[in-house]
Design a protein. Structure first.
Length: 258
């Protein structure tokens, strides 16, 4: 089997597994295509885009996730071609919605000189933006829920597994920060679905007991910190002590899984 055929075989295998509900295969697909997604989005927007700052990239990521589910591995179309079309269409839909609404707002602003009507119009704009945000957020939460299932975590358990004491919560948060920063440990987590407890104890100074008890919380936070798709969830999460990551200024890549 040639290299190209082998690559396509592996790609289709990942896509098929993701379509059947394997969150790790879906995550691997998305991570392998970060640059591809950014390239398509930047080309459509005709400007350089920055992860976590530009909504267009979040839309691109959600569109790529949609493309995984809709792609026919038995067809003749390349996945990159198909995914690129889906991303472009979703971005165009987004731009049309924005342009249409801005046009309506501009038109009504000229017609409505009454301050009360102007105030109502502004409120409508706010409600519209809220609806768009909720729609995007719903897709992100569904994606997050799928990832958690892959680690044996039900999203409904998160309030229960969140530490009640602030010190414990901050310690586990720091552990998640270290884990999300270390490519070797992160790869271990994604490959085996388990926290590298021993290495995390060494790199954070926390006891094995604390890390094992807080395993689900650490994984849940690590996913949010390490996956750009989930970055919007940061603002809805109580990251007390998040600035404490400065305490771990050392390059965490020095810690290797052996």
């Amino acid at each position: 089997m040639g290299l190209i055929k082998l690559f396509l075989f592996n790609l289709n295998t990942l896509i098929t597994s993701a379509q059947k509900g394997d969150p790790l295969c879906r995550e691997k697909l998305i991570k392998k295509h970060y640059h591809f997604i950014a390239k398509i989005c930047s080309k459509v927007c005709k400007r350089y885009l920055i992860w976590e700052n530009d909504d267009e990239l979040s839309i691109g990521l959600l569109a790529f996730n949609e493309a995984i589910d809709a792609f026919d591995t038995a067809g003749d179309v390349k996945f990159s071609t198909f995914a690129g079309v889906v991303i472009k269409r979703r971005l165009i839909d987004y731009f049309r919605q924005q342009a249409k609404f801005e046009k309506e707002v501009l038109s009504s602003t000229f017609e409505e000189k009454n301050e009360l009507k102007t105030g109502i119009n502004a409120k409508s704009l706010s409600l519209y933006n809220d609806d768009q945000t909720k729609e995007n957020l719903a897709g992100i939460i569904t994606y997050y829920q799928g990832l958690l299932v892959g680690y044996g975590i039900d999203i409904g358990q998160l309030p229960e597994v969140s530490p009640k004491h602030r010190d414990t919560r901050e310690n586990l948060l720091q552990a998640a920060i270290v884990l999300s920063r270390n490519p070797d440990m992160l790869d271990y987590l994604q490959k085996y679905g388990q926290v590298p407890v021993k290495l995390l104890c060494v790199s954070t100074g926390l006891s094995r007991k604390i890390i094992e008890r807080g395993r689900k919380y650490i994984i849940a936070i690590t996913l949010i910190l390490s996956d750009p798709i989930l970055s919007p969830l940061k603002r809805f999460t109580n990251f007390d002590g998040y600035q404490g990551e400065k305490d771990y200024g050392e390059d965490q890549s020095n810690y290797r899984v052996v």
